[in-house]
Write a protein that binds this ligand. Structure first.
Ligand code: NAD
Length: 249
């Protein structure tokens, strides 16, 4: 029980086979009260109910300040505290540089980068006042190796932006005992990747992974648990690679 009595918000955790849902399940198993924030209210509520009693599912688009603020107010009204935020919501598009329209750029950067900033801004006053907290941000190996799997360059940019944002927030919030760390997953088998990959492509990718398999959502959830809990009490501003050795640097 690494998160007993903690209140943890996880964005983008309604997707049944996603990293966010696996993280939500793992946090609940470790004693946390979990708040799932996702686009659709019913999906968020059902996802929270699937974790057992006492959890909460709320609708919010993480890119919209008013929706984010309202969701966080509801969390505080229900639980009176927030200990952990996992900035997991993200979308990708398999586009080449010249195909990216301004609307594509906005869409992808708004969820990962603006969403991470807005959600963090909404919880920081509470974490500061409590004198403790952990923010975990989902980046991607795509940010480190320059994409090339199926996210476009705008996705790599969004996820590289997340790393910079997380590091700068870590530096700023350290004196308040609020830790901020990132996870850079490699290729994880979820709905984001599922439909997009032919078997041949998958085998070629696996050949380049020393551990010889794609990642599972649980592999990332375990890393998120470590960063959310006191096991990582002296880590801030770090990036945890969860990529099976796909990128070793
Ligand atoms: P997923 O598609 O299974 O889940 C993403 C969730 O985010 C969905 O539930 C979706 O409804 C939600 N979402 C999308 N836009 C939102 C918004 N504006 N506001 C609130 N919620 C929103 O994806 P996943 O594979 O579980 O990915 C989770 C995170 O991990 C993402 O940030 C992704 O970029 C990152 N990541 C995934 C992989 C991978 O291989 N799957 C690799 C590296 C990084």
């Amino acid at each position: 029980m690494l998160l007993n009595g903690k209140v943890a918000i996880i964005t983008g955790a309604a997707s049944a086979r996603g990293i966010g849902r696996a993280t939500a399940t793992t946090f609940a198993e470790h004693g946390a009260k979990v708040v799932i924030i996702d686009l659709d209210a019913a999906a968020a509520r059902d996802a929270a109910a699937s974790l057992g009693e006492g959890h909460l599912g709320l609708a919010a688009n993480v890119a919209l300040p008013a929706e984010v603020q309202q969701a966080v107010e509801q969390v505080l009204a229900r639980y009176g505290r927030i200990d952990v935020l996992v900035n997991n919501a993200g979308i990708t598009q398999p586009l080449k540089t010249l195909a990216i329209t301004p609307a594509d750029y906005d869409k992808v950067l708004d969820v990962s980068l603006r969403g991470t900033l807005l959600m963090s801004q909404a919880v920081i006053p509470t974490l500061r006042a409590q004198g403790s907290g952990s923010i975990v941000c989902l980046s991607s190996v795509s940010a480190q190796r320059g994409g090339g799997i199926f996210g476009g360059p705008h996705y790599s940019a969004a996820k590289a932006g997340v790393l910079g944002l997380a590091k700068a927030m870590a530096r700023e919030l350290g004196p308040d005992n609020v830790r901020v760390n990132s996870i850079a997953p490699g290729l994880i088998h979820t709905d984001i990747t599922g439909g997009l990959m032919q078997d041949e492509r998958r085998h070629a990718i696996i050949e380049g992974i020393p551990l010889g398999r794609l990642g599972a959502a649980q592999d990332v959830a375990n890393a998120a648990l470590f960063l959310a809990s006191e096991l990582s009490s002296y880590l801030t501003g770090t990036t945890l690679d969860v990529n099976g050795g796909m990128l070793i640097h």
